[in-house]
Design a protein around this ligand. Structure first.
Ligand SMILES: Nc1ncnc2c1ncn2[C@@H]1O[C@H](COP(=O)(O)OP(=O)(O)O)[C@@H](O)[C@H]1O
Ligand SMILES: [Mg+2]
Length: 479
């Protein structure tokens, strides 16, 4: 549709620009001519620039064959009437006011377009934050516990697609439960946020597929609509690593302080114990074997020896000195440790088997200390295993992280989950004659070698302790 404009003011110029920029669907408008009395009118100049037909007298329009519509933008009724009378019948005409009406309508719809675009940008932004920037798992939940939105992080973890999740209950999806979370161990953060209308935080403990504990820190933020809380955004973060690190640090601190205390006390006790022991033995020499006192002195000597054993363990435990290291053959240390403990195992009719891989390199360790750590584990295994059981010892090399992995497994009584946290504590023992120092010492030794000790156990089915030792013994200067 070819348009001629009468009146070359600002509105005319704008019209030329708008038509230039926009794609039209129903019609194809094109401005072909502009008329204005003033030769410097902005619309006229713009038209001239574009090479359109320009004139100072709109009468010129009536002779032309290329015009379908004349738009009167002067706001002059007399001119509009004149146009109506003089134009060809096939040519249409719009007056200034009608033009203005369409102008307004188009402006309003343009504004809608702008807000629509802003909304889309905002949505794209929140999508990026939710799915790419946040490391957390994110859920948007309505106050009816139904999931409204979920991020890809969480979807990947769940192995589900958004359409399988949206509209379902949050507890159903994340906890496989039929009712909302509750109780002290599993408080529902949504309930709290709804009641207080404020953000809330909780931790949940979940079990992964290997039954390991995973700790989640859950933050819940309310969503308001007309002053009502209509739902919440729930962010959860796996903080298992932080918790584990915290536990390790607490354990280290505990060991260090107990170690210092023990060292002091053990030194003080060791000398008087020796005096008691030798005195008891000296008196015994002067007493006939069938004398009633002889048995009592025997008891004193034996019990004093037991005390000395405890004191020696305490001193070992307290020996927080840095290990004296050399590159040593782990297989050899293990074989010697097995030899030294075999008597005890054989005594309780437990067999000891071992499997060492061939590729284990020498490890930068203090041989004596490491032997002590292995012996502690093997003795514990022997003590926990009933007659007919087996202790299996293995050593492997993980080339990828340059670590030697040693494990001591038994088929014994196992450790209940409420105790696994405590067994490395000094003085924790479930044995009548135990000292509770074996594992604390082992832990300390392995730690000083830059390694870790882990325990996996099922009550009634046995226990496996696994030591991981870096080949350089945790000393980056080594070799
Ligand atoms: N292999 C094992 N099987 C079952 N329980 C074990 C095993 N090793 C250690 N424990 C538990 O850990 C506790 C602490 O062990 P430890 O520190 O060596 O002290 P102690 O042997 O003197 O009791 C033991 O009393 C026992 O309850
Ligand atoms: Mg022990």
């Amino acid at each position: 549709m070819n348009i001629a404009v009468v009146g070359g003011g600002h509105r005319c110029r704008k019209l030329i620009e708008v038509i230039e920029k926009h794609t039209f669907y129903a019609i194809n408008p094109k401005i072909v001519a502009v008329a204005d009395e003033k030769p410097d009118a902005p619309g006229l100049l713009r038209a001239k620039e574009k090479g359109l037909f320009v004139t100072q007298d709109y009468s010129d329009f009536f002779d032309r064959d290329d015009i379908d519509l004349i738009v009167e933008l002067m706001g002059n009724n007399r001119i509009y009437n004149d146009i109506l009378h003089r134009k060809k019948e096939s040519v249409r005409a719009i007056d200034h006011e009608t033009a203005l009406l369409f102008w307004e309508i188009s402006r309003v719809s343009n504004m809608h377009e702008v807000t629509h675009q802003a909304l889309q940008e905002e949505m794209a932004m929140s999508d990026m934050v939710m799915n790419e920037l946040l490391e957390e798992d994110v859920l948007t939940i309505g106050s009816d516990y139904r999931i409204q939105d979920i991020n890809t992080n969480l979807l990947n973890k769940l192995g589900l697609e958004a359409k399988e999740v949206i509209g379902r209950y949050c507890y159903e999806i994340t906890h496989h439960q039929q009712v909302p979370c509750s109780g002290e161990d599993h408080p529902c953060p949504l309930v709290q946020t709804r009641q207080t209308r404020k953000p809330s935080k909780t931790t949940h403990v979940h079990l992964d597929k290997n039954k390991n504990e995973i700790y989640y820190l859950i933050s819940c933020y309310p969503i308001f609509k007309d002053g009502e809380v209509t739902g919440a955004i729930e962010l959860s973060r796996d903080i298992t690593k932080d918790i584990t690190l915290q536990k390790v640090m607490m354990q280290q601190e505990k060991l260090a302080s107990v170690g210092r205390l023990s060292a002091g006390v053990a030194h003080e006790i060791n000398n008087p114990l020796t005096t008691i022991l030798t005195t008891a033995m000296l008196i015994q020499e002067d007493v006939e074997k069938d004398h009633p006192i002889y048995q009592d002195l025997e008891l004193i000597a034996n019990e004093t020896l037991r005390c000395r054993k405890i004191v020696t363990s305490l001193l070992d435990f307290a020996r927080q000195t840095n290990p004296e290291r050399k590159y040593s053959n782990i297989k050899k240390i293990l074989t010697e440790s097995i030899l030294l403990t075999k008597k005890q195992a054989a005594f309780s009719d437990v067999s000891v088997i071992h499997r060492f891989s061939d590729d284990i390199p020498d490890v930068y360790v203090d041989k004596g200390q490491l032997q002590q750590a292995f012996i502690n584990l093997i003795l514990n295994a022997a003590e926990a295993t009933p007659a007919g059981g087996t202790i299996a010892i293995s050593a492997d090399f993980a080339a990828s992280d340059k670590t030697v992995e040693i494990s001591v497994s038994d088929t014994g009584e196992g450790i209940s989950s409420d105790k696994t946290d405590k067994i490395f504590d000094p003085f924790f023992t479930t044995k009548e004659k135990g000292t509770g120092l074996g594992l604390a010492i082992t832990h300390g030794i392995i730690e000083r070698h830059g390694g870790t000790v882990n325990v996996r156990s099922r009550p009634g089915e046995g226990t496996t302790f696994t030591i991981r030792l870096p080949v350089n013994g945790g000393d980056s200067d080594a070799r």
